[in-house]
Design a protein around this ligand. Structure first.
Ligand SMILES: Cc1cc2nc3c(=O)[nH]c(=O)nc-3n(C[C@H](O)[C@H](O)[C@H](O)COP(=O)(O)O)c2cc1C
Length: 169
């Protein structure tokens, strides 16, 4: 079947945001420790998703303008902590611009040398497999070196607000 002869309309960033706000997302903290300075870097992503079971792969995307991602990736191994509903303060701390964001957060070092944020629902230790540019973002595909489950209810971002999961009636 041939494509219909209709020109795609230009989608402005405002339209894109206004429509995409209907999509609820989880909230994940992507962190690593700089092997030279020993300091931590971290950022929040709402684009974290499962990708492949065998091999175990996950994905997320980062804005080109992110200053944290290049520093996180430089460490080689990084962690993903999937945030629980009580962890909105963690989200606030790690989505801010600046240095030493993990100073305001309780975390401990994993066997991989990565920061695992206390109270999270799950922890992943990952290595970058592929990165490629897609529009104004970089798509990251990472292999999972280890993954562990915690307990709790997810923090969910929807319509510009934070909430949690409630079972439908
Ligand atoms: C709920 C939420 C979801 C976000 N999702 C993403 C994302 O998927 N990709 C991204 O690059 N930034 C995302 N951000 C923004 C970054 O966490 C953060 O603001 C930014 O990385 C901080 O700037 P820096 O990277 O220069 O330190 C999100 C922020 C929030 C609050």
């Amino acid at each position: 079947m041939s494509a219909p002869a209709i020109a795609a309309r230009h989608i402005s960033p405002e339209t894109y945001r206004a429509v995409m706000r209907h999509l609820p997302t989880g909230v994940a903290a992507v962190c690593s420790t700089d092997p030279v300075s020993g300091t931590q870097n971290g950022m929040i992503v709402g684009t974290f998703a499962s990708l492949s079971m065998e091999p175990a792969l996950v994905t997320f995307s980062v804005m080109h303008s992110s200053t944290s991602w290049p520093r996180i990736a430089e460490a080689g191994v990084f962690s993903i902590s999937l945030l629980a509903q009580e962890q909105q303060p963690v989200c606030r701390a790690l989505s801010a611009k600046g240095e030493d964001k993990l100073d305001a957060v309780n975390w401990s070092e994993s066997v991989w040398g990565t920061p695992h944020i206390h109270g999270s629902l799950a922890w992943f230790d990952c290595r970058v497999e592929q990165q490629f540019t897609a529009g104004d973002h970089i798509v990251v595909i990472a292999s999972v070196l280890d993954m562990t489950s915690g307990e709790g209810t997810p923090l969910i971002f929807h319509g510009g607000r934070f909430g949690s999961f409630r079972e439908a009636a």
